[in-house]
Write a protein that binds this ligand. Sequence first.
Ligand code: ZN
Length: 281
Amino acid sequence: MASSVIAQAADYTGPLFDTHLHYNQEAWDGNTGPFPPTEALARMQRNGVKAIVANSRPNAGTQTLAAARETREAGVTVVPFVRLYRNRDDYTSWFRDETIYEMVHAELARGTASGPYRGIGEFHLYESANANGPVAKKLIVLAEQKQLAVLAHVDDVAIDLLMANAPSKGRALRLIWAHTGIGGAPVARVRALLERYPLLMGELSYRPGLTCADGKLCPEWRELILQYPERFLVGSDTWVNQRWSSYDELMQGYRAWLGDLPPAVARRIAWDNAADLFGVK
Ligand SMILES: [Zn+2]
């Protein structure tokens, strides 16, 4: 829909780094799905998305995007993360499943055509106590030791538990909080966690209460983002094909509220924070 991608005068117009992109089986399905690399990359290109954190169920999707000639031609930088899911069953058992730990090691050893994996996730913890599952604990230690970022869809209680399992007790673990609390942790709680863990970053897809009238930031979120401009990221979360269908609208939504921030802050959240984190030029 052409009208959706035409930026309003006040919208942010610079580059976007999509830090929460899934390229799951049903999206491409061995190049017969509705969004083969050409289609996925066309959506990134027309929205000014110049780099992505790519992860997928199973990891073949990320491997495919990382290796595609179309990716290089589109000028999109792929920052690959190892996903912990071979299939949907793994969502609810990965944290205690030794075969997941072995799969992560094999995938890390293999790397991708776009370079080594830079993180693990996105993973989910539907019950925060499972942050203390044996494989969850080992993966957090591995992530800190190998300086891998961690993209976690968890509640605020699990943030503390995951950080406590890191050798540094959270001071050296680069944890990206997917949705910055999709369950709606109060802004005061988000602020307290950002203060407590200096490397904690917040990814803002699906965050309840983030935007208010006209798609602009709600006041308390605007205040938090202005207080911590170096700690927030944006992402599409293409977890189902419908999100690929609405990719234009998702990115336009970000551009609308980013445009309401001071330009340097908008640029930090849209691009610089992730580019600095992963060394993307
Ligand atoms: Zn996701």
